[in-house]
Design a protein around this ligand. Sequence first.
Ligand code: CAA
Length: 384
Amino acid sequence: MDFVFTEEQLMIQKAARDFAINDCLPGVIERDELQRFPKEQIEKLADLGFMGMMVSPDYGGSGLDTVSYVLAMEEISKIDASTSVCVSVNNSLVCYGLESFGTEEQKQQYLTPLAQGKKDGELYIGAFLLSEPEAGSDATSQRTTAEDKGDYYLLNGTKNWITNGSSASVYLVIAQTDPAKGHKGINCLIVEKNWPGVTVAAKENKLGIRGSDTHSIMFNDVKVPKANRIGEDGFGFKFAMKTLAGGRIGIASQALGIASGAYELALKYSKQRKAFGKEISQHQAIQFKLADMATKIEAARLLCLKAAWEKDNGLNYDLSSSMAKVFSSEAAMWVTVEAVQIHGGYGFVKEYHVERLMRDAKITQIYEGTSEVQRIVISRSILS
Ligand code: CAA
């Protein structure tokens, strides 16, 4: 067992930290308030090679390991979780899915620009379309249909709560082709946003990660060439599950970053603010809160890194990624509430950042599998 990061991993961590402080912090409160997508930030991340971190350089990626990805996700999320969710979806769900299961042609056409985050100098990112109005946790109940028409699929239906919904150029869409086969009749299709029949519906007005653009996407008789199906006929549900296992490492690291960002602010504030004649960090009520926050964050970090290490070493990481996600997201919720409490009245106003981090923490218990879904995955694994 080795708890020492390599020089390359430390370099990535520092680059992500510098980026977050210099490029995300200015304007983060305004972007949250106005629900403004962090386009400039994502473009810069693309230039830095953070949009296809783990993709092979053969396909425009940075060829880094998952541990580096966890370190980068933590640093960006400490300051701006609206930016980091976009990084997570593009890296973990879209690029990973295409690199692992796509054809050579799909990789050349779609993965390469997605990993670079740009095409012809313009922002080029992806989105993952699984959730539906009536299929969230119960993901096998897909109502979106991809009817087999010979050399193309005819796509119809609505997807909900899609991260990068309007900013993405490419969608990975999960849809039912043969309802009689249940989840074995589901496919994943690569769909371009500007194809006829694709409509980006209104943006959601959210509690947290308000800078990230979340939309419903509607498909009305969209013709998708057979060449845009990922994997064999009927592979779509397994594709979603395998891809989400890696995605959960990204969201767990996002939760870790939100928690550590709030903790660092609370620690600093507790050494500045005085009450009853001394700094509040000198009061045991605050000291015990800080001790519990630091311990939960360290445990979350170790779970995230263990899952990343398993992925990097070709081991099965379904269990560890679900454990990392449920623990880190619950830690993030708890830690951010305590960070607001330590800040007292100042914690309740926007310029101290912790109220935003608390709002942002909530979604990490919901997307890419709720805490309840993670417990299904964990309990099935330990009981099997
Ligand atoms: N790898 C490979 N195959 C897997 C798998 C995995 N990790 N997990 C399940 N499967 C396979 C099963 O083996 C089974 O196949 P067989 O019948 O051939 O054995 C098939 O998938 C169905 O699995 P289950 O019987 O376990 O299915 P279930 O209906 O009981 O549901 C579930 C399982 C874990 C609850 C699953 O539905 C699930 O993960 N739900 C949550 C969905 C989710 O995470 N949504 C997030 C949306 S994306 C998002 O949020 C992105 C964003 O914008 C930020």
